[in-house]
Design a protein around this ligand. Structure first.
Ligand code: SF4
Length: 283
């Protein structure tokens, strides 16, 4: 994807143009207009986050299933710090099925909710051995039937380990697509279906990464960096955070901060350092 020719830097968005868009979306944006706006935002997101990817480390579908189970109420960084030793100790589903509970709990303790997660890992290992000959299945129906794997986890596995398009509706995703007026649905399954109807199926996995990356780096829950946001011209919530470029630049986070600021015409050496406070991983 390439950046939309019609996209404009945040600096060119006026309070009046933002209010007009917000009013149009609130009054019920025509389907064609919304579809075109979503298409522009997708192209802009692709240019803004060319590094978007699954931030959990894994080499096999089973490893991704384990990492995704551990990521509940934790950060990807925390999960990535425990999985190398875990994957060495438990390379197969049978190893989880036969795991010593106390040892497993100790290894995953730092990710939180370790007793529930150990139950899920052991139960998942047993079910994969008993029902699937030790091989993780690759359909949504079979994955969600495994202990510890819900629809969100199943879509992460399908999209990133099996190359089967899936939309991952986590807290970032639901918050952002409602903020952008892509849907007003609150229920994650309804959000998944609504976005699935707006976005070509081949893009389902990547749109999940783009949206989640934007939520972690720019469009934070409490203080979005509106004045330094590439989506400003198409966002009905522009102005929810600081629109002053210098103040907004201080809110932009992550390893690609220099690129993100350059996209909106703010040289990194002129930008204030990233502000503390809101965790980049917070929903
Ligand atoms: S940072 Fe502001 S302008 Fe950008 S997507 Fe979020 S609410 Fe919209």
């Amino acid at each position: 994807m390439t950046i939309a020719s019609g996209s404009k830097p945040a600096a060119s968005v006026t309070a009046r143009s933002a209010a007009r868009l917000a009013k149009r979306v609130a009054e019920g944006e025509p389907a064609l207009g919304r579809s075109r706006r979503v298409g522009r935002m997708l192209r802009t997101l692709a240019a803004t986050h060319p590094d978007a990817h699954c931030e959990l480390d894994f080499t096999t579908p089973l490893e991704l299933a384990v990492a995704t189970i551990l990521s509940a109420q934790s950060t990807d960084k925390m999960v990535n710090s425990v999985t190398p030793a875990l994957f060495r100790r438990y390379p197969t589903a049978l190893d989880y099925a036969q795991a010593d509970r106390a040892e497993l709990e100790e290894m995953i303790h730092s990710t939180g909710f370790f007793r529930n997660k150990a139950n899920s890992l052991i139960g998942m290992g047993q079910a994969v051995v008993e029902k699937h000959d030790g091989v993780l299945p690759h359909t949504l129906e079979e994955l969600v039937a495994l202990p510890g794997i819900g629809r969100k986890t199943a879509n992460v596995i399908l999209g990133n380990a099996f190359g089967i398009p899936g939309i991952t509706v986590d807290t970032h995703f639901g918050r952002l697509v409602r903020r952008w007026g892509w849907t007003q649905e609150e229920d994650p399954v309804k959000v998944e279906h609504a976005i699935g109807a707006l976005v070509p199926k081949r893009d389902w996995t990547m749109v999940s990464h783009y949206v989640i990356f934007h939520g972690r780096r720019v469009c934070h829950a409490r203080k979005p960096a509106c004045g330094a946001c590439t989506l400003a011209a198409d966002c009905p919530t522009y102005g929810a955070g600081p629109t002053d470029p210098v103040q907004a630049a201080a809110l932009v986070k992550g390893p690609s901060r220099t690129h993100l600021l350059a996209m909106v015409g703010i040289p990194d050496d002129e930008a204030p350092p990233a502000a503390g406070g809101e965790d980049a991983d917070a929903p």
